[in-house]
Design a protein around this ligand. Structure first.
Ligand SMILES: C[S@@+](CC[C@H](N)C(=O)[O-])C[C@H]1O[C@@H](n2cnc3c(N)ncnc32)[C@H](O)[C@@H]1O
Length: 426
């Protein structure tokens, strides 16, 4: 098929919208994450293009939606997930690691009793506790919240079993976000306004108890339904480089890459920062996430040999308005092209590669990432482009508004649609 024919086969299939679908079944919903894939999309892709697949890969795993889905299907023997963000790795690990209900419940009871004891001691015996002291902690958390989070964290640290410790760390991380002074519907860190702050008096221990209980209930069901034959490999690696997956091993890729705007709209690093600081990750790891994300470091010039005519045309339009922004955009695709090479190495002939992408707008120009990805794969290799489905994003899972000036409240419309690209390696 000629590249110019791509538009003809792009069609809208409202079957991909899943407008009223419940997206938190099984262990989905353990923890929020920016730009999550809805599980129904991963499920439909697996059931349509991976009926006989045995090895799945999500090279931009995030919170592990595709990975978790693979463990709910009988055909998979192996699933790989790759991400550079330690919070994504922790959430995915916990969502896909079955733990027996009784073990969790016993540890939970002990944990909550210890928290209640510590709280009593502090209130009545004026006992001091050693609080963490990361940059701006008092700006993002009220004094009572800091005390309560410290109590919970110290008691989680005393759990011996690492899997159970991680399980409660995920509920703790979600609690950190909910009790912080940040505005909850943003991926970037914005503090509440004065009025909101005055009214914000969360019961931190209760928040944690409810979240942990909800996840324990989910895990009880998951324990009975997961595919025991599917071995999970969660890799703290960078998909631009060589990942720990064998040559031609993968039958199916289901993934949603970053949208290329980690520094402006969907800031994984900023989203994860408070949780990771509370969880004790070192400052450099936490602050570097957006830098090591695709497109994190701008290219110096606009020369490229990426082999995508659509990218070339789009860059020209943006560069006529703002060359610096054009370089930003290019840096993302230069990095993505490195991933294309790596995904080509690890996939079998006949493998299906499914990408869910957003076409973001820069300087008023929409970047057709769906076309660019197809062109990048086909520039040097033989891939059949089966379909590109367009879907409406029914809920505010992606920001429909972004802040082009980086001033909170100064918003422009961004993405209301997503594209699902299906390629087959020939
Ligand atoms: C759109 S999110 C994936 C969301 C995921 N589908 C979910 O349901 O939660 C994209 C992910 O790509 C990761 N990422 C960015 N650059 C990466 C790289 N160079 N290698 C691997 N992962 C990367 C980000 O950390 C982020 O978690």
């Amino acid at each position: 098929m000629q590249l110019r024919d791509l538009n003809k086969i792009k069609f809208k299939d409202e079957g991909w919208d899943f407008r009223d679908a419940y997206t938190k079944y099984s262990n989905h919903g353990f923890h929020t994450y920016p730009a999550m894939m809805i599980p129904q999309i991963a499920r439909r892709l697996i059931e349509t293009y991976g009926k006989n697949a045995e090895v799945l890969l999500d090279p931009f795993m995030g919170s592990g939606t595709a990975l978790l889905e693979s463990t709910l299907h009988k055909n998979f023997k192996k699933a790989y997930g790759v991400d550079i963000n330690p919070l994504a790795l922790l959430i995915s690990e916990v969502k896909t690691k079955p733990i027996e209900h009784k073990l969790l419940l016993d540890e939970f009871k002990k944990l909550m009793n210890k928290c209640a004891d510590d709280k009593r001691d502090i209130n009545f015996k004026q006992k001091e506790i050693e609080k963490p002291n990361f940059f701006n902690i008092s700006f993002w958390f009220k004094p009572q919240v800091i005390i309560d989070l410290t109590i919970i964290k110290n008691n989680i640290n005393q759990i011996d079993n690492q899997d159970i410790k991680d399980f409660f760390s995920v509920a703790f991380s979600e609690t950190v976000r909910n009790v912080s002074n940040t505005r909850k519907r943003e991926y970037k860190l914005y503090r509440m306004n004065e009025l909101m702050l005055k009214r914000h008096n969360p019961n931190t221990i209760n928040e944690f108890r409810n979240k942990a209980m909800e996840n324990i209930d989910k895990m009880e069901k998951y324990f009975k339904e997961y595919n025991k034959d599917c071995k999970l490999h969660i890799l703290p690696e960078d998909t631009r480089k060589k990942i720990s997956v064998n040559d031609r091993e993968v039958d199916l890729i289901v993934t949603s890459p970053p949208y290329g705007d980690s520094r402006t709209t969907v800031a994984y690093g900023q989203f994860s920062r408070l949780s990771l600081q509370w969880l004790g990750y070192d400052k450099k790891t936490v602050l570097d996430i957006d830098k090591v994300s695709l497109g994190g470091i701008p290219t110096r010039n606009l020369k490229n040999g990426l082999g995508s005519p659509t990218l070339k045309k789009t860059l020209k339009k943006i560069s006529d308005i703002d060359p610096r922004r054009a370089r930003d955009v290019l840096s993302f695709y230069v990095d993505f092209d490195k991933c294309v090479k790596e995904l080509h190495r690890v996939t079998k002939k006949g493998a299906f590669l499914c990408f869910v992408v957003g076409n973001r707008t820069v300087k008023g120009i929409q970047i057709p990432t769906d076309k660019i990805i197809v062109e990048l794969f086909r520039a040097k290799n033989n891939y059949k482009h089966h379909n590109t489905f367009t879907r409406n994003i029914p809920y505010k899972r992606m920001p429909r508004l972004n802040s082009p000036t980086n001033i909170s409240g100064n918003h422009a419309v961004t993405m209301n649609e997503e594209w699902i690209i299906i390629l087959e390696k020939q």
